[in-house]
Write a protein that binds this ligand. Sequence first.
Ligand SMILES: Nc1nc2c(ncn2[C@@H]2O[C@H](COP(=O)(O)OP(=O)(O)OP(=O)(O)O)[C@@H](O)[C@H]2O)c(=O)[nH]1
Ligand SMILES: [Mg+2]
Length: 234
Amino acid sequence: MRKPDSKIVLLGDMNVGKTSLLQRYMERRFPDTVSTVGGAFYLKQWRSYNISIWDTAGREQFHGLGSMYCRGAAAIILTYDVNHPQSLVELEDRFLGLTETASKDCLFAIVGNKVDLTEEGPLEGQEKGECSPDLDGRGCVTTRVPKQVHLEDAVALYKKILKYKMLDEQDMPAAEKMCFETSAKTGYNVDLLFETLFDLVVPMILRQRAERPSHTVDISSHKPPKRTKSGCCA
Ligand SMILES: Nc1nc2c(ncn2[C@@H]2O[C@H](COP(=O)(O)OP(=O)(O)OP(=O)(O)O)[C@@H](O)[C@H]2O)c(=O)[nH]1
Ligand SMILES: [Mg+2]
């Protein structure tokens, strides 16, 4: 198996759509999912680097495993459901504590999924300039609900996390860049989410490589020790 150069972890409450987001990105589809048990990962090649993306279980019974999955992570995707305010609250109350084992310069993205179910979200096929045949006066589907969690709430949480982690806002990517609204169902913003993170993680890989002590020995500059008559080194 190829060795990952970096690690990204998806965290968040059960049912928010972590598995669906990862499958949408990696497999380009929106299959039926079953609630995740433990964790699983995909390996993504991005340029010449291998990035592992870990999907974790949101169910309370697997909570203890979370910090193990986060160990050494370069980026964490904190996922909530835009229709369930409690899922955003849980990110701070239950999941943030699991990220202590992540890399010290770990990046955070906050992702509100299932935006297709809200009135504000883009319509299925809208990115392609299409609309559903099930029409209202504007030519679009109407069975959608007002959004329960707004992007500003995610931005506020992002800023709070930086404070909690004692990270300087100046040194970190801006909240507006790291807070996303997505739909695993339609694919809305899913590529943008993952690929923004990949591009941010690559310089971290390069930095780590530069800092890591080299294990190679330059044998051309190595002089053999002089031998004395007794056979001992001078
Ligand atoms: N409408 C809509 N449904 C979604 C979306 N993403 C996921 N779902 C549905 O939400 C349910 C839960 O999705 P999962 O991806 O299994 O959720 P999860 O966060 O991985 O849940 P756990 O593995 O239990 O932690 C499934 O029925 C999905 O089909 C989305 O963007 N829009
Ligand atoms: Mg899952």
